[in-house]
Ligand binder design. Structure first.
Ligand code: ADP
Ligand code: MG
Ligand code: MG
Ligand code: MG
Length: 420
């Protein structure tokens, strides 16, 4: 199979094509004619099949040579599957088993990954739209981010190992290019693939004429492109997390790339804030007051758990070339190490606010919108949710150096949300 040239799978052809795969036979049962297959990909890029047999189930994710959302007119390399596979392996090693789906098999030529079927998990974004307060996401995702970002950097890895890894992921050019353009540039001018809710027109004109905003967005892009600090997930939004009340799994790291630590955590918090601003659009079946409070609590808890874990790793696993303990703890200057930690966390905080701001803008003004707002059918109501989110995002991008803690930023989000 893996010597044959790439061919997209279909629901009909999958059992015959993957029937010989030992790992699938052992998970599902050896008679592939008894397997039931459905395609469930709801993402923008790839095919995702759930395969169920008499013994169990598995997921098969396959890349296509183009962007699924757009079609064959937008080619995209199959190699993204290679980067996704290698990122999943590293995330599991760094954040622990059970933080990502277990990986059963990878076929580079067919650009397919066979992995654990997460069930009864649902996409976190969906759960938040439904008004579900998941009790452990702040802790699970704060730890996931701290562990993957710290352990993938020069704070923890040997220089040789990290540089080899950097070289491996440097090939993920086309997916990185999507981020560079769709996130940092397109929202700020009339790019061809952009769209927005028509009621937002006046605000959109204002934002695209906002020189300070455009300059800051480009400075953030500069930071994203030039700071190869750690292996990022690269697409860590609430649609890349699957949950039950007591389990949290991060999926879909095909955008994995070396970039600034603040990018992943900023994108994640942006998605919690967008969920917060979208709640008014989902209020028909009852008040979302408790959900709003929960979402802001999730922002501050995620950040404080991230910070605590990052500080813990700094004190116990700082084995890389940066801030060597020979300069600090080992010559009786533990305070020096703490001072350096404060500097690192402080710039991480400021940068993440900026990344959060542009992520909010691109989800409302760019090509790839998110269901939090898109599922609000009434356009006037949707615009009433999106407008304050845009203002909030603008504030984060432009004033991020003057915002001190998650509680202050949350208070601001509440204020802006009530004003409109
Ligand atoms: P894309 O890269 O196209 O966005 P994703 O990896 O995000 O693809 O998967 C698309 C959808 O498939 C997810 O939103 C989820 O519903 C489903 N899915 C993906 N991986 C799994 C899994 N391991 N178990 C169960 N469902 C999954
Ligand atoms: Mg996805
Ligand atoms: Mg767990
Ligand atoms: Mg994806």
């Amino acid at each position: 199979n893996s010597t044959a040239p790439f061919q997209p799978l279909t629901v009909e052809a999958l059992p015959a094509r993957l029937g010989e795969l030992e790992i699938l036979a052992s998970k599902l049962g050896p008679d592939s004619t008894a397997w039931a297959v459905r395609e469930v990909g709801d993402g923008n890029l790839n095919l995702v099949f759930i395969v169920e047999g008499p013994k169990g189930a598995a997921v098969v994710k396959q890349a296509l040579p183009y962007v699924r959302l757009v079609g064959e007119s937008w080619p995209l390399p199959l190699k993204r599957s290679f980067f996704e596979y290698h990122a999943l392996v590293r995330q599991e090693a760094r954040a622990g088993k059970g933080t990502v789906p277990a990986i059963y098999h990878f076929d580079e030529t067919q650009a397919l990954i066979v992995m654990e079927y997460l069930s009864p998990h649902i996409i976190l974004r969906r759960a938040l739209i439904d008004g579900r307060e998941l009790p452990s996401i702040a802790s699970d995702l704060g730890l996931f981010a701290a562990r993957t970002l710290f352990r993938g950097s020069d704070l923890a890895m040997t220089a040789r190992e990290r540089k080899a890894d950097l070289a491996l992921f440097a090939g993920n050019v086309e997916l990185c290019d999507i981020t560079e353009n769709l996130v940092f540039t397109d929202p700020y001018f009339e790019a061809e693939l952009n769209r927005h809710t028509p009621e937002l027109d006046p605000l959109v004109v204002e934002l695209r004429a906002d020189r300070d905003l455009k300059v800051e967005a480009q400075r953030l892009k500069h930071l994203f492109a030039a700071n190869a600090e750690t292996l990022l997930h690269g697409d860590l939004h609430t649609g890349s997390v699957m949950v039950t009340d007591d389990d949290t799994r991060v999926i879909d790291p095909e955008f994995a790339f070396y970039g600034p630590m603040a990018f992943d955590i900023g994108m994640l918090l942006a998605n919690f804030w967008m969920s917060f601003f979208s709640q008014a659009g989902h209020e028909q079946e009852g008040s979302r007051a408790s959900m709003r409070a929960y979402l802001l609590r999730t922002v501050s808890d995620t950040w404080s758990i991230f910070r605590a874990e990052f500080a813990h790793l700094w004190r116990t696993e700082r084995t890389g070339m940066l801030y060597a303990s020979s300069l600090f703890e080992k010559c009786g200057d533990p305070l020096g190490a703490e001072q350096a930690l404060d500097h690192v966390l402080h710039s991480l905080w400021q940068d993440l606010l900026g990344f959060a701001g542009v992520e909010i803008h691109r989800r409302i003004l760019g090509l790839a919108h998110n269901a939090d707002f898109e599922t609000i059918g009434d356009e006037v109501l949707r615009a009433r949710c999106e407008a304050p989110a845009l203002s909030f995002g603008r504030h984060l991008v432009v004033n991020r150096r003057h915002l001190h803690c998650a509680e202050d930023v949350n208070a601001l989000a509440s204020l802006i949300e009530k004003e409109v």
